[in-house]
Ligand binder design. Sequence first.
Ligand code: ADP
Ligand code: MG
Length: 713
Amino acid sequence: MPDNSAERWVRDAASQFGDRYGILTFTGENVRRRLSPSAVQRLESTLQQGERLDPRIADEVANAMKDWAIDNGCTHYCHWFQPLTGSTAEKHDSFLSIDSNGQPITEFSGDQLIQAEPDASSFPSGGIRDTWEARGYTAWDPTSPAFIVRNGVERTLCIPTCFVSWTGESLDQKTPLLRSDEALSRQAMRVLRLFGSADGVVNVTTTLGVEQEYFLIDEDLAAMRPDLLLCGRTIIGADSPKGHQLDDHYFGSIPQHVQAYMADVEQRLFELGIPAKTRHNEVAPRQFEIAPLFERSNVASDHQMLTMSVLEKVARRHGMRCLLHEKPFRGINGTGKHNNWSMTTDTGHNLLSPGKSGESNLQFLTFVCAVIRAIDLHADIMRASVANAGNDHRLGANEAPPAILSVYTGDELGRVLDKLAAGETSDFEAKSRIDLGTTAVPHLQRHAGDRNRTSPFAFIGNRFEFRAVGGTACVAWPNAVINTIIAESLDWIASEMEGHVDANGSIEAAAVEVLGDVVREHRRVIFNGDNYSADWHEEAARRCLPILRGTADALLAFRSDDVRQMFQKYGVLSATEVDARVDVLFETYNHVMGIEARTLLQMVETLVLPAAVRYQTELASSLAATEAVGVQCPATGGRLHDLVDTATRLETTIGEIRDAIAHEGETPDVHARCIQDRIIPLMEKARECCDSIESSVPADIWPLPTYTDMLFD
Ligand code: ADP
Ligand code: MG
């Protein structure tokens, strides 16, 4: 497979670090050494020109892959895919076969590489298929390198694939991402042609660098909390007196055992060809972050799924539990992914890098304006693309961006866009100098804009960062949505510009005219202030920006006919595929919340109430014994009253939850609405009672590890 810069970087790094990082991906040298030059050339031209793979080379590639995998200790291969469950799936087959003489041989044919037929009946299809309709297909995605996964001594060759139903509809995350990337490329190429920049460019692809936050908790403590085991988050738990008020964890020195874990994770990632780059402590106690070098979005998205899996698996080997949930602990920062996104030509030109002057600037501004227009027109589906039960706790809390989509441009880009709105152009001053006032330290280069960590969609010099993506999310879906809405915007802008060029001949005049219109029409989505402030929420409402707080509200955005038509028009998803996907998203939300509600009931009944009763007995006997010797103790009496009151309220509330979960809605949408409006507030109420009981009972009676136990050594 062709090298992209990040893959090359991993290989070079592997050689820099000597034996420490072996590489277990079928890319670059591995491919060149094992395939004939003509097969290498045909494969590479297929990948680079985006043409369909020549089936005649499939047998040769399959055979080379098999030999390479067996040389590296594999006995089995699998088609690795991403069903709509939010995780990855694999079904292993051995390379073993029997030849016509009845002799055992190893075999892996082109057909087996290109296509497989797993039983699809137990994967979510959103009603596209009945349960008895089982057939589904996986299809090799040659643009993402095959890799070897180690599991103890076992090694398996994994082949990234798309997953579709027998009827041809996509049942996975990868397919719409691939289709959306192509849709964006087609429209972006039109813009490049208008500006005379398309010479030698075959296509445009999106690039992605995803920063992943995570928590590491002691395994023994996690094992004592049913909520962490079953839901990935604490559904009850009183705040620790210390959170991250002192900001003393952020970028602090990494504890030794965590650094050993991170090194182990990086080693695994390097083996898989994943270019891990940055590691650091995050804001909350026991919270950390890892970021790779960016890659083509399809590869980056596959690598992100693998990164989550490696983070979780390696933690177990280090006696820890890695939590990726969006809000594992109330009252301290939750977990997101910062989705750094850009567009680049196959010749390596980042289309979101400001040009040095005049015309190249206008081309850059065209792509920026396409983004601004897209986010303004489709803020609702952008919000919906990151909606899940976990992210509802995060969006709008005080560390994450709010549930209102807006774009941060920074000062310099903001100034240039203001000029455009006034019908003028102006050069982009990318950098200025900062003088530290001491001769010992050289002048610093100041970026064109500050960072805005409160903005959900921020321009940072040469890319946009979508900060609302949740910690557990598969990034393929939000990026398929971003690519689609930007393809739509580029299409509109290119058509407008083509019309103006036909009329008066000059692309510069056309660009100024069209982009001026875009900024004037869509500038309401630009916000460069504090997105956490109450003022912004009021201002956003005045600007009529959609405010969709919960998943049950947000997902409805995908039900609109215009949205379904847009996905269909750009060949990303048919209307049936959109509907199915949204059904699955609603159903997943309903299942997740059902599990959370039942876990809460069980914890209350088997852990919280028994602890309360024990303390109640202790208080009552102490009170009786004390009063029996003639001493009044109103404080103990008061405690007893409070405890009994709280426990009674808790009993009533869990009764209400039990009633509420017994009544499912007739449709997934109605069910989700009931969860959001009725069950979640009841769960919150129950939690308040549990946390109040936890805060009052003696430590030796409380049966669960506390926030302090889990978050501080
Ligand atoms: P920070 O936390 O300061 O935002 P990090 O270095 O942790 O920065 O992460 C930034 C991410 O953005 C990295 O994954 C990086 O590779 C990625 N990135 C940089 N340039 C691009 C680009 N052109 N397209 C996509 N991602 C990019
Ligand atoms: Mg960042």
